[in-house]
Write a protein that binds this ligand. Structure first.
Ligand SMILES: Cc1cc2nc3c(=O)[nH]c(=O)nc-3n(C[C@H](O)[C@H](O)[C@H](O)COP(=O)(O)OP(=O)(O)OC[C@H]3O[C@@H](n4cnc5c(N)ncnc54)[C@H](O)[C@@H]3O)c2cc1C
Length: 380
């Protein structure tokens, strides 16, 4: 890419009235974006990477400190460099952030940060206009790897606004200490809800767990066949243009010794979700009620794709019709970490596949592009 080199937020600011031409723009430098960056570097294509977070680490830099490496499910290696052995008691946020920083340096991935991508739209010349807080770019292809962390999902229940206690989403959960002596209702049937309950129950005055559906517990490790089945289920949904379902809906909740003990002690006794929230707590349709000081919404996240809205990718099913990582209706655009690639292992594979497809699209017969290291700048 031509133009002033370096991080736009650093000592070489990009020029506001210039649009920089690139072959590929990568949005997001988490597991999926870095994997794409690795394969792009090898492909010789001209690319630029943006991330609005202050530091390397993707969403992992924001995870709560009590999510230790030992408690994370399984953090898969990025291509070309192993995470290595680390003490299981260290916060995953620290270890993964250090790993991603080493990775970016080792493979020369010049992630521009903190740079917010606010809008991607079509240009008349067939390129995509990528508008960022660090300048404008005209890209021939887009690899979007923006994850979900930036879009915590809050369902609505009647009376929520009347609650005198505190509403908290897991995105802002920092560990159990602040719940000492409190009555806590945890909403949600995923792994985050279970982990939070196990920790909070040790210090809280009382905990109540509510989920929409009864949880499905899974015995033993997740072997390859079960992994393939789970991925196929998620893939099938996004191929039909439905919004991706949560990972746990495909994999079930892992039964560890800690979880078994909590089930026996009653901490994981689950109730259906309440009908409404009242000023003092929550209540069910049959009139039963629980008093609460805090409602912890472990209700997950949605794909952070608002900046792609001008492209009108969403269909009538509420999701984006996908063909693998490629948007079915637009071969220039790949979504990594969306649907079946929303895990550290899935994101890796998706990076390789997306870069192959983009390279074929941009360097195949009849295409004319920037080419490796070719430098073009167009004025706005
Ligand atoms: C609590 C929790 C625990 C998890 N544990 C595991 C686990 O143990 N194992 C596992 O495999 N998976 C786990 N997952 C799933 C996990 O999110 C993925 O595995 C993986 O880390 C996601 O990588 P990603 O690159 O797709 O997204 P992210 O890591 O979220 O990276 C997206 C990046 O995009 C950037 N970004 C977003 N929007 C913009 C924008 N508009 N402009 C610029 N930058 C932007 C963000 O700053 C971020 O750095 C967990 C998820 C959660 C919520």
């Amino acid at each position: 890419m031509k133009g002033p080199a370096g991080n736009p937020a650093g000592p070489f600011p990009v020029l506001a009235d210039v649009t920089y031409d690139v072959d590929v723009a990568v949005i997001g430098a988490g597991q999926a974006g870095l994997s794409a960056g690795y394969f792009l570097r090898r492909s010789g294509l001209d690319f630029v990477m943006f991330d609005h977070a202050p530091r390397p680490g993707g969403a992992w830099q924001h995870r709560w400190p009590t999510l230790t490496l030992g408690r994370a499910h399984n953090i898969h290696d990025l291509p070309g460099m192993a995470l290595g052995e680390h003490e299981p008691w260290r916060p995953a946020s620290e270890v993964v952030s250090e790993y991603f920083a080493r990775y970016e340096a080792a493979f020369g991935l010049d992630v521009r940060r903190p740079v917010e991508v606010s809008r991607v739209s079509d240009r008349a010349d067939g390129r995509l206009l990528v508008e960022t807080s660090g300048g404008q770019y005209a890209a021939r292809a887009l690899i979007n790897a923006t994850g979900t962390w930036d879009r915590p999902f809050w369902p609505y229940y009647p009376g929520m606004e009347t609650f005198r206690g505190r509403h908290l989403h897991t995105a802002n959960y920092r560990g159990p200490q602040e719940f000492a002596g409190k009555r806590v209702v945890v909403v949600g049937g995923g792994a985050s809800a279970v982990q939070a309950l196990l920790e909070i129950a040790e210090v809280a005055a009382a905990t109540t767990w509510v989920t929409r559906r009864p949880p499905v517990w899974r015995e033993g490790p997740f072997d390859q066949e079960r992994g393939r089945e789970a991925v196929a289920r998620v893939e099938e949904r996004v191929r039909r243009g439905l919004p991706p379902a949560s990972v746990v809906s495909a994999t079930g909740l892992l039964l560890t010794d800690e979880v078994r003990a909590a089930r026996e002690s009653g901490v994981l006794r689950r109730l259906p979700v309440f009908a409404r929230v009242n000023p003092g707590g929550v209540e069910w349709a049959d009139g039963s009620a629980v008093e609460a000081d805090v409602i912890l919404w472990a209700t997950g996240f949605r794909a952070a794709l608002d900046h792609l809205a001008p492209l009108r990718l969403r269909g009538p099913g509420g999701g984006i019709v996908m063909d693998g990582t490629r948007v079915a209706a637009d071969p220039r655009i790949h979504l990594l970490g969306y649907g079946p690639s929303a895990s550290t292992i899935g994101a890796n594979r998706a990076g390789r596949g997306a870069v192959r497809a983009v390279a074929r699209l941009l360097t195949g017969p009849g295409t004319a592009g920037n080419g490796p290291r070719e430098k073009i700048v167009t004025a706005v």
